[in-house]
Design a protein around this ligand. Structure first.
Ligand code: GLA
Length: 424
C-alpha cells in the first residue's frame, strides 16, 4: 500500500552516478564516541514506510507496538517501532516543529511504546523538506534533536532528499567535492546535536548509498547507512539490492552496519520462498531487520519467517561479520558468513528458475574452504544435515538452502584457495 514517493530516487540516481565517478575522500577525524554505544548488533524492529507510507498515524504506531508484543516478535528481538516520513507539521514562531494532526501527542505516543518495553524511532532530513515534502531539520538540528530527546526518541533516520537540490547544488554548483563536504557536514551536525542531548539515539543515515557512504559514515558515527535506493516488494528489486552488497562486507562491524533497506517480508506478491530468501539474506548481510509489513493482518507463514530464531541468530551474531558472496555458478549464488565460536553459515540461493529442482546444483565445499563432509543444521527445516563436496542440491525458484555449521572442518591453509580467488 505504499502510496507515493514524491521525490523520485530514480531521478536522483543520475546525480549518484556523477557522484560516484569522483572518488570521495573520507574525513580523517573520527567522531566523538557515543556516551552509550548503541547498535552493537544490527537494529531490529518495525518501520512504518514500506506498508503505510503517508497513511501512518498515531494509531498505526500503537497497533504496531501492540502487535510486536502479541506476535512474539518483541521476544524474538524486534524492539524499535520507527515512525517514517509524514509525521511532521509546521514550525511555530520559535522554530519548534509540531507534529501534524495524525500525531496529536508525540510524547504520549513515545511513552506508550516505551510502556510495552519497546523503543521508538523517528525520521527527518538535513534539508528544508523531507522526501515526502514535509518539514526537514535544516537550520534546526539542535532544536529538533533536543525535542526528540524530550519526547524519548531512541532512533533517528536522517534522509538526504531536498538537501541535494536546495543546499548541495545551490551552494556548490558543479563542484562534487564541495557538495560532498556539505553533505558530510550536515550528517556530522546532526550527529553532534544528538550526542549533545546525552540520550543514546541510533543514527541511521539514508542517502541511498552515494559517495561511498560506507567509507565515511562511521566518521559521523552513523550506526547504519543505506547502501542502495529504495526497496520494493519485488523479487527482481530485492535480488539487485542483494547483489549490490557484494564487497561491502569489510565495512560492517558492531555499531556500524550496511543497510540494504528495510524488509518487505509479507508485502506485495512475494512468494513464501522469496520472503524466506529475502529474510535469510538480510540476516547473512548483518542487515538491520526492520519489518515493514501490516502486523495486525500478518499471515502465520509470514510470522514464522520473521520469527525464525535460528535465522535471527545469524543476523545478530556477536562477531558482526557480514557475509561474502564466494561464488556463483549459473543462476545460483553461494554466500558464507563467519560466526562467533568458529561457526559458519552457508546460503545457497537460486536466483533463477525452477529448473534447479530437476537439474540439481552441485555445491562445491572446497570453494568455501571446507574439507569434506560437514555436519550442520538446515535453518528452515530445523533438521540436521550432512553436506558433502559436490553434493546435488534441488532448489526451487528463488528459494535457498541456509545451513549453519557449528564446527566447520576447514581445508588446511596450503590447500585452501584464497576466497576471493575462488570466487573468480
Ligand atoms: C526515501 C527513503 C524511504 C522513505 C521515504 C519517505 O524514499 O529512501 O526509505 O523514508 O523517503 O519519504
Amino acid at each position: 500500500m505504499r502510496a507515493f514517493v514524491p521525490l523520485s530516487i530514480a531521478t536522483l540516481a543520475f546525480a549518484s552516478l556523477a557522484a560516484s565517478a569522483q572518488a570521495p575522500v573520507a574525513p580523517k577525524v573520527p567522531a566523538a564516541p557515543q556516551a552509550q554505544p548503541v547498535a552493537q548488533t544490527p537494529p531490529m524492529g518495525w518501520n512504518s514506510w514500506n506498508y503505510f507510507a503517508d497513511k501512518v498515524d498515531d494509531k498505526a504506531i500503537r497497533n504496531a507496538a501492540d502487535q510486536l508484543v502479541a506476535t512474539g516478535m518483541k521476544d524474538a528481538g524486534y524492539n524499535y517501532v520507527n515512525i517514517d516520513d509524514t509525521w511532521e507539521g509546521q514550525r511555530d514562531a520559535s522554530g519548534v516543529l509540531h507534529p501534524n494532526a495524525k500525531f496529536p501527542d508525540m510524547k504520549a505516543l513515545a511513552d506508550y511504546v516505551h510502556s510495552k518495553g519497546l523503543k521508538i524511532g523517528i525520521y527527518s532530513s538535513p534539508g528544508p523538506t523531507t522526501c515526502g515534502g514535509y518539514a526537514g531539520s535544516l537550520g534546526h538540528e539542535e532544536q529538533d534533536a533536543k525535542m526528540y530527546a524530550e519526547w524519548g526518541i531512541d532512533y533517528l533516520k536522517y534522509d538526504l532528499c531536498s538537501f541535494i537540490g536546495e543546499v548541495m547544488e545551490k551552494e556548490a554548483p558543479n563542484d562534487r567535492a564541495a557538495q560532498m563536504r556539505l553533505m558530510i557536514d550536515a550528517y556530522s551536525r546532526m550527529d553532534k546535536a544528538l550526542k549533545a542531548t546525552g540520550r543514546p539515539i541510533v543514527f541511521s543515515l539514508c542517502q541511498y548509498g552515494w559517495d561511498a557512504v560506507w567509507e565515511w559514515a562511521p566518521s559521523v558515527d552513523g550506526n547504519l547507512w543505506r547502501t542502495t535506493g529504495d526497496i520494493t516488494p519485488d523479487w527482481d528489486r530485492i535480488y539487485v539490492i542483494l547483489s549490490q552488497q557484494e564487497g561491502l562486507e569489510k565495512y560492517a562491524r558492531p555499531g556500524h552496519w550496511n543497510d540494504p533497506d528495510m524488509l518487505e517480508v509479507g508485502n506485495g506478491k512475494l512468494s513464501l520462498a522469496e520472503n524466506r530468501t529475502h529474510f535469510s539474506m538480510w540476516a547473512m548481510l548483518a542487515a538491520p531487520l526492520l519489518a515493514g509489513n501490516d502486523l495486525p493482518n500478518m499471515r502465520l507463514e509470514v510470522k514464522a519467517i520473521l520469527t525464525n530464531r535460528d535465522v535471527i541468530a545469524i543476523d545478530q551474531d556477536a562477531l558482526g561479520k557480514q557475509a561474502a558472496r564466494i561464488y556463483s555458478d549459473g543462476e545460483v549464488d553461494v554466500w558464507t558468513r563467519q560466526l562467533s565460536g568458529e561457526a559458519m553459515a552457508i546460503a545457497v540461493v537460486n536466483a533463477g528458475s525452477d529448473r534447479y529442482s530437476s537439474h540439481p546444483f552441485h555445491l562445491s565445499l572446497r570453494k568455501l574452504g571446507l574439507a569434506g563432509k560437514q555436519k550442520g543444521k538446515n535453518l528452515w527445516t530445523g533438521e540436521a544435515v550432512e553436506l558433502t563436496d559436490n553434493m546435488p542440491l534441488a532448489l526451487t525458484s528463488h528459494d535457498l538452502l541456509l545451513v549453519r555449521l557449528d564446527s566447520p572442518r576447514l581445508l588446511a591453509p596450503s590447500s585452501a584457495k584464497p576466497r576471493t580467488a575462488a570466487a573468480k
